[in-house]
Design a protein around this ligand. Structure first.
Ligand code: SF4
Ligand code: SF4
Length: 350
C-alpha cells in the first residue's frame, strides 16, 4: 500500500495537481456526514484528495471588472481537469483490483438535507477531506487555503477501497490566515458569520472556520441573481440590484424572485449549465471570497481595493456587461422601461 500510495500521488501530480493527500476511514472517523466515504462506496477505505490551481493572472482583471469571461473559462476548464482526473484515477484503481468511485468537483448535493438539494450540502465535502489530508488549511472564510495558490484552487477526490497510507494535516503554525476578514468584506451576501465558529473533528483532529449562515445567501449572490453590495458602492459581475436581505429566513423568497428575473434577462457571454438551474445557464459573477485570499497580505489588500473601486455592473440589451459608477448605474436603471427595470431592481423600486 505504501508503493500504491506513492504511485497515486505521482499520478495526480503528473496530471497537474498542485497538492495530493490521503484521508482514510480512520482519519475521517467521527466527522460529519459529508465525510462518510462508505456511504458513497460500500467498503471504502480511503479518499484521495487533490487540488488544481486557478490561473492567478486572470484574477485581477476579474476583480477590476475588466474581464469576466477569461476567469470563468479558466474556472470551467479547471473543474473539467479535476473531474477528469477523478474519473481516470478511479478507473486506474478499478483495473488494479480496487473498486473506486470518482467525485465530481462541484454540483453534487445531498437529497437528505432538510431543504433538499437547495441546501447545497455536498455528498462528500472536498474541503473536509482536503484539510484532513494536508492539502491546505481552513481560512477564516471556510475555504481551503494553500501556501502557494491561496484559496484559488479547485478541489477534487476519488473514494477507493484501497487501504492507502494516510497523510497528516498541515501544522496550524503554517496557516497564513491572519483573520484579515477581507474575505468577509468582499462577500456581498454576508455568508460568513463574524462572531460564530464552526468546529469540525475528524480522526481526533479539530478544525475551525467562521460559521456559514444560510447557503441561500451565496446562492443568491454567487448564483448571479443579484450582486450590488448593501452599501451600493460596488457589485459583483451580476447586473442584478435586488436588495440583499438581512435575515436568513428572507433569502428563499428572494432567490425565487431572483431566479424568475434572471431567466428573462438577455444571455451573457460564456456560462455553464448547473443542476439547480434547469432551462437557463449560470454565469460566474462572484467567487470573491476565494479570489481575494492570496497568501501575501499585500496582494489581498490590493485585490480588495480593486474590487471596491471596480464600480457597479450594468447589462446592455445585447447581454453584455459594463462597469460604471454607482451614480451612472442609478441613472441607467431609472431610464429603463418598467418591465426591463423589474429584471434588475425590486419591483417597489422599479
Ligand atoms: S481573506 Fe484573510 S481572513 Fe479570509 S481566509 Fe483569507 S487570510 Fe483568512
Ligand atoms: S462566492 Fe461570493 S457570495 Fe458566495 S460566499 Fe464567496 S463572496 Fe460570498
Amino acid at each position: 500500500m505504501k508503493e500504491l500510495t506513492r504511485l497515486i500521488k505521482d499520478y495526480a501530480r503528473c496530471q497537474g495537481a498542485c497538492a495530493v493527500g490521503i484521508a482514510t476511514t480512520e482519519t475521517l472517523s467521527g466527522g460529519p456526514p459529508s465525510t462518510h466515504i462508505a456511504d458513497v462506496l460500500p467498503g471504502a477505505r480511503a479518499a484521495i484528495s487533490f487540488a488544481f490551481p486557478l490561473n492567478q493572472e486572470l484574477i485581477a482583471p476579474f476583480l477590476m471588472k475588466k474581464d469576466r469571461r477569461s476567469h470563468e473559462k479558466d474556472n470551467i476548464d479547471t473543474n473539467g481537469l479535476v473531474g477528469g482526473l477523478s474519473l481516470q484515477l478511479s478507473k486506474w484503481l478499478d483495473q488494479k483490483g480496487y473498486p473506486s468511485i470518482p467525485q465530481a468537483p462541484n454540483d453534487v448535493y445531498r437529497q437528505d438535507s432538510p431543504g433538499g438539494v437547495l441546501d447545497m450540502v455536498p455528498e462528500i465535502s472536498h474541503r473536509y477531506l482536503a484539510v484532513r489530508s494536508g492539502i491546505g488549511h481552513f481560512g477564516l472564510s471556510g475555504n481551503v487555503i494553500t501556501q502557494e495558490h491561496g484559496a484559488a484552487v479547485i478541489l477534487g477526490c476519488v473514494i477507493t477501497s484501497a487501504a492507502l497510507v494516510p497523510t497528516e494535516p498541515l501544522p496550524e503554525t503554517e496557516n497564513y490566515c491572519d483573520e484579515c476578514q477581507l474575505c468577509m468584506a468582499s462577500c456581498a451576501s454576508g455568508l460568513m458569520s463574524s462572531d460564530q465558529t464552526t468546529v469540525v473533528s475528524m480522526g481526533e483532529k479539530t478544525f475551525s472556520y467562521s460559521k456559514r449562515r444560510s447557503y441561500l445567501r451565496c446562492e443568491y449572490v454567487c448564483g448571479g441573481f443579484t450582486g450590488l453590495h448593501p452599501k451600493g458602492k460596488w457589485s459583483t459581475w451580476s447586473p442584478g440590484r435586488f436588495v440583499i436581505p438581512e435575515k436568513d429566513k428572507d433569502f428563499l423568497p428572494a432567490v425565487i424572485q431572483g431566479v424568475k428575473a434572471y431567466a428573462q434577462r438577455p444571455e451573457m457571454e460564456g456560462g455553464y449549465h448547473h443542476s439547480l438551474m434547469p432551462g437557463t445557464k449560470l454565469w460566474l459573477t462572484c467567487g470573491n471570497c476565494q479570489l481575494i485570499c492570496h497568501p501575501e497580505k499585500a496582494v489581498r489588500k490590493e485585490r480588495y481595493d480593486m474590487l471596491k473601486q471596480s464600480g457597479v455592473v450594468l447589462q446592455e440589451r445585447d447581454g453584455s456587461l459594463t462597469a460604471v459608477s454607482p451614480q451612472d448605474a442609478d441613472a441607467h436603471i431609472a431610464g429603463l422601461d418598467p418591465f426591463t427595470r423589474s429584471l434588475y431592481v425590486d419591483v417597489d423600486d422599479a
